[in-house]
Design a protein around this ligand. Sequence first.
Ligand code: NAD
Length: 519
Amino acid sequence: PAHFLRSIKSLPLLNIHRSYSASPAVTKLFIDGQFVESKATEFVDVHNPATNEVVTRVPKSTQDEMQAAVDAAKAAFKSWSKASVLTRQQVMFKYQQLIKDNIHELAKNITLEQGKTLVDAEGDVLRGLQVVEHCCSITSLQLGETMPGIARDMDAFSFRVPLGVCAGIAPFNFPAMIPLWMFPVALVCGNTYIFKPSERVPGATMMLVEMLKEAGCPNGVVNVIHGQHDAVNFICDNPAIRAISFVGSDQAGRYIYERGSKNGKRVQSNMGAKNHGVIMPDANKESTLTQLVGAAFGAAGQRCMALSTAVFVGEAKNWLPELVDRSKNLKVNAGHVAGADLGPVISPEARDRICSLVQAGIDEGANCILDGRNITVPGYENGNFVGPTILADVTPNMKCYKEEIFGPVLVALSVDTLDEAVDLINTNCYGNGTAIFTTNGATARKFTSDIDVGQVGVNVPIPVPLPMFSFTGSRGSFLGDANFYGKAGINFYTQLKTVTQMWKESDVTPTQSATAMPV
Ligand code: NAD
């Protein structure tokens, strides 16, 4: 890990913008195009989840610093909102190339601060990069509508114009993808931005804004502040901020939605999940089990679209022993170690919470057929590791079913029919994602039409839509009415301005000069 840290510090372009005069290094703020040291007196330690060594300290930005970020964004809005659409598009063209060129360095930092494997960290960057690539189509995406001849000599047309200063608040589990769902969409529409990364994984954001500057984005268009509750409250309350994108837990999401909305802001809030995978007895067994294992335990289960709940229909439950065998073979290790399938969870507290939810399941009668709670990883004894864990015979009244576990734990339930599986899922409060595994098209069609969940996979375990669509989690997993990225994302970050104009035909400038004497 020491060598790992050094290699990151010495990167030429991708400075992570930390002040090394203090030890451990303090992450900087990014205000008006400059990386600045905070005058904060309170800090949050960021730990490498594989070792629990402190990687950096994140300042809790002062009120003056946060106000300076808003002032910079307000000033930049005047010119950025008038920059031509081609100018904004060109920044995105350059930005997507820089992200591609630096994907490995970004991934290394993500593994260091968040813990996921390097391969998975590259996927984290890639899924964000796809949003930036999509933003390059802004010349089509931001088109308005026209209707000529709404009355005699009268036409109407609408523009999609930016809102002003917008803000984003992100979670720890996707340090690159989720920031890239937010500020690129906002700024390509002509807005300016205040971004608060998760205080647990600030590094990827700092690299991403450095690349944005390199891509030609003017000073003040995107600003980064750090902190926790005070920074969140500042964003919810500051009158200059017009819209807030939030991704994270239910508790924070509901709070931010309410507080931001009360202050008249647009808020889109993506929250927790409990994603069910329905395994039909006619499914392709090999590929279904492979997909289930990857989707339940990949990223140590810390994905909002992790398939954390398996619903076996009829005889499919007989596949459980094979599922256990495959899950046992996964290699748990520090994320940068070659061959690791899953890394540590984010913190010792997260590990304890996950283990206590597993214990609650056992106490309530679930059968723990694979127990990863007491795993040790040689060389990383201080890491927050939990191995793949499977709870069978789970019922909907159990705490391990009702709560989002957010760790490498698969809870398995059994039902007799597809209708029962659909009822179970539709009764659950969350609506982020679900999947069915079947070889029968009619079964798949019935499932996709009856299920009340915003993102549905058919033989696809984690159906996160590409950015020509939007991330359409629903019910308890989402608050707001315009989803992230895609057309909905453009709608979120723009407002309509409709012009009705009259030019009378009788007023057309005469084209022939009058040579006769006027009478
Ligand atoms: P979190 O809510 O703890 O933190 C998210 C952000 O909110 C951080 O920037 C944090 O500083 C701030 N915050 C935390 N607690 C707060 C509070 N009480 N009041 C105001 N602000 C607060 O979430 P996390 O632990 O970083 O992320 C994991 C959660 O995010 C899981 O529940 C997961 O399902 C969810 N998530 C959802 C999606 C989605 O698209 N639906 C995607 C990723 C993660």
